[in-house]
Every structure is written in C-alpha cells, then in structure tokens.
Design a protein around this ligand. Sequence first.
Ligand code: PMP
Length: 277
Amino acid sequence: MILLNNQFVSRDEGKVDIEDRGYQFGDGVYEVIRVYNGKLFSLAEHLERFKRSMVAISLKLPYASETLTDNLKTLVEKNNLRNGIIYIQITRGAASRNHGFPNNTTPVISAYTKEISRPIEALNSGISAHLVEDFRWLRCDIKSLNLLGNVLAKQEALDHGCQEAIFHRGERVTEGSSTNVFIIRAGKLLTHPADNFILNGITRRYVIELACQLGLPVIEKSFTLNELLTADEVFVTSTTQEVMPVVKINQSTIAEGRVGKWTQLLQNAFESAITSP
Ligand code: PMP
C-alpha cells in the first residue's frame, strides 16, 4: 500500500496528474525516515524538518500534522515493514503550467515504504569519495525535490569508482551528495555549520549529540579541502548510511585506509541507539 493524500491505496491505484508541479518543477519537499524493527527512528525530528522545508517554500500540510504522523505509522503497519525506509513528499499539486504559484491547488502528499538493510559491509570497511565542486543553489537547507545537482555529483563519483561525492565551494567543504561530512583533527570533531549551504541532517544532529556524550569536542565550523584530505578520520552521515567511514578521497588515503578510532566509537554508540528497545 502507499499513502496518497489521506488515503491508503495500492501502488497501481495511486495516480498523479501529468501537470503536478512536483513532476514539472520539482516544486515540493520530501523526507526519508528510517524504520528499525518496525519503529520510525527520529520521527519527530523528520516531521519538524519536513514542516520547516514546507514553510520555506510556502506550502501548507492539507491536514493536521497528527494525522500525518498516524498515517505514516499506519503505512508501516499495513506493509508489515520491519527494517527499511518511508519516503514521503509533498508537492504544490496540479495546475496549468506557469512558474508562479497557482491559486487554489491542493498539495499532493505521497508516501511509500521500502525494505532495506543496514549497509554493514561498507560500515566495516569504509567507502571512497570523489570531490565535486558544489554547483548547487544557495538554499541547500531546504529538502527540496530538486536533486539534479546531487544526482549529477553522485554519478560523477560512481563513474570514478567511488560511492559518494563530497561537495566543496572553492576551498570550503560543504557536504556529501546525500550525506553530511565530518572530520576528526587533533581530537576534535568538525562539521560544516547548519546554514544555507547544507542540509541539516537528522543523523548529523544525532551524531553531534553522541560525540558530546562520548566527550569528543564538536566544532560546527567549515573546513578546507586540505584539512579534509589530511584529517585523522573522515566519515559521512545519513538516514540510510548511518555513520559511514570514508577511507579514500580522490587519490588520498584517510586513516591508513581503516575505520578510525572515534568513528568506530560513534558507530558503536549509534548502533546501541537504534537497537535499544
Ligand atoms: N545532505 C544531503 C544533501 C542529503 O540529501 C542528506 C540525506 N537526505 C543528508 C545530508 C543527510 O540527512 P539525514 O541525516 O537527515 O538523512
């Protein structure tokens, strides 16, 4: 089953108009929520960010947010999802194609679930990343459906045999194509501040809290390409990638190609959090 507006229908039954503004303009926002053991992880934080993204593009939920929360939980139950994700998006709806906001359209909400497992192998061995100039717009804090910049960067990384693209604006490292980037230098954790240049990841915030609990000082400050390439440890975070070690960036090997000590501690803390009842 999928959720379409306020109804549960089969995927075949779920129809969206060809002039939906999400389809034509990417005029909408989305969230990806992790489900561990049948439970939605950090649901409140995801819904809070979803609302923030909606406000940023002047969209309003067409029903109460409590209804949306109930609908998402029901969707997980209906689909017997144990481990996977919920994808949810809202668009400005269907209207005759014109750039300006149409009058009187109803936003279209759609959500579906997908089973996925944790990327255990990569979490143990780390991934390689490829550097890409950040050619995206200046509102990366909005979780917008417009992902073309991210898509092109990720493909460039894949074409270079890497699993993630790390964006930089000139010398300054921003974030990954679908992750936030962290480095460890001299016993401190550094990550780009949550401004308009990055998406403030739910996993990013979670990891910052875990680091504080572990006594690892956190500095939310941007760092340079050189600081990235000569860091003691590098990892990226996201809802599906969790705390993912980066062991190679372009031609530079990081942490002798192994999962670093702090990265491992943060991975352990994260794993405890998602497996606790
Ligand atoms: N940055 C970008 C550009 C992303 O697409 C994502 C994943 N949605 C993230 C960061 C990580 O966010 P989260 O931890 O909320 O999944």
